[in-house]
Design a protein around this ligand. Structure first.
Ligand SMILES: Nc1ncnc2c1ncn2[C@@H]1O[C@H](COP(=O)(O)OP(=O)(O)OP(=O)(O)O)[C@@H](O)[C@H]1O
Length: 281
């Protein structure tokens, strides 16, 4: 006798589909760039570079001055348009995204030269990081604090919590331009975190820190990664920080990939040592 066929339960099938999709996304790198080239007139700033950042990883991006590191961050955030190559975020192509959509896709960054709104308070600067989530209401609330509404209060509370996490709670009411340079850089990280990114891009965040402060800063970045389950791509010239903090390191030289590997592999890589000492290979 023929056994009766099991009826397909559409709800169960959908849940299984979602579970498979989640599993596939989890195994994809958060960031995958392939064959990216960027030219400015006669300058080939990036020439066929590839780089990936895994889920929950901190990857370093290092290289001598002019290697193309900042241009690469600009390409990821669509401030520079690559002439060739593809850039994917968790499997989704973002190379053609509009600059304003990048933060909504889950990428936030800090800049090599700090960009603070000097006359606003530290807290207000951080709240601006949540601007994209609130459809412009954060700016309106800052211009007209009397008409504060519930969502603005939520954004304010989140910004206060981030400042606390970064050890800056006591500075929240200070004017942003009254902070010393290293704290302005830390405030930029707080603002980037307010966007609740999946991928955080840090461009020389340890600039201006003393040797002793750098170790404490490294522990803070590591804690942020774990607490917020973030992936981080870090450009930094402070080699002690890069070697101690990063899971993997990508090295660019003259706009090209020179090496990729774990810190101990990069530290002893002959080509990397030669590039930093200014010898041609
Ligand atoms: N907007 C631009 N117009 C023309 N050339 C540019 C532009 N931006 C970058 N470059 C050139 O592209 C190359 C790579 O510059 P980039 O700033 O990306 O290097 P970097 O590795 O970040 O350097 P640094 O460590 O000094 O910050 C350099 O030769 C630079 O002069």
């Amino acid at each position: 006798m023929e056994t009766p066929r099991k009826r397909l339960d559409p709800r169960r099938a959908w849940e299984e589909c979602v579970a498979v999709q989640k599993h596939m996304n989890a195994s994809l790198p958060v960031l995958a760039a392939e064959g990216v080239s960027v030219r400015f007139g006669g300058v080939q700033a990036l020439d066929d570079v590839s780089l990936d950042v895994g889920d929950g990883e901190i990857c370093g991006l290092i290289g001598p001055n002019g290697a193309g590191k900042t241009t690469f961050l600009n390409a990821i955030t669509c401030l520079s348009r690559p002439q060739r190559g593809s850039i994917q975020l968790s499997g989704r192509t973002i190379s053609n995204a509009a600059v304003r959509d990048i933060i909504g896709l889950g990428i936030a960054r800090t800049f090599q030269n700090v960009g603070v709104y000097g006359s606003l308070s530290v807290l207000e600067n951080v709240m601006l990081g949540a601007h994209h989530k609130m459809g412009g209401k954060v700016v309106r609330a800052l211009l007209n604090p009397v008409g504060a509404w519930a969502e603005e209060k939520t954004v304010r509370r989140q910004a206060e919590a981030i400042l606390d996490e970064l050890g800056m709670a006591a500075l929240s009411a200070a004017r942003a331009d009254s902070l010393p340079y290293p704290l302005q850089k830390r405030m930029e990280i707080a603002r980037a975190l307010a966007a609740e990114p999946r991928l955080l891009l840090l461009d020389e965040p340890a600039g201006g820190l003393t040797h002793g402060e750098v170790s404490e800063f490294g522990r803070l970045i590591d804690a942020i990664r774990h607490n917020r389950k973030l992936s981080i791509l870090l450009i930094e010239h402070h080699m002690g920080l890069v070697m101690s903090l990063c899971d993997r390191i990508h090295v660019f030289h003259l706009g090209r990939n020179l090496a990729s590997g774990r810190p101990e592999e990069i530290r002893t890589n002959e080509a990397v040592i030669a590039a930093y000492l200014g010898r041609s290979e």
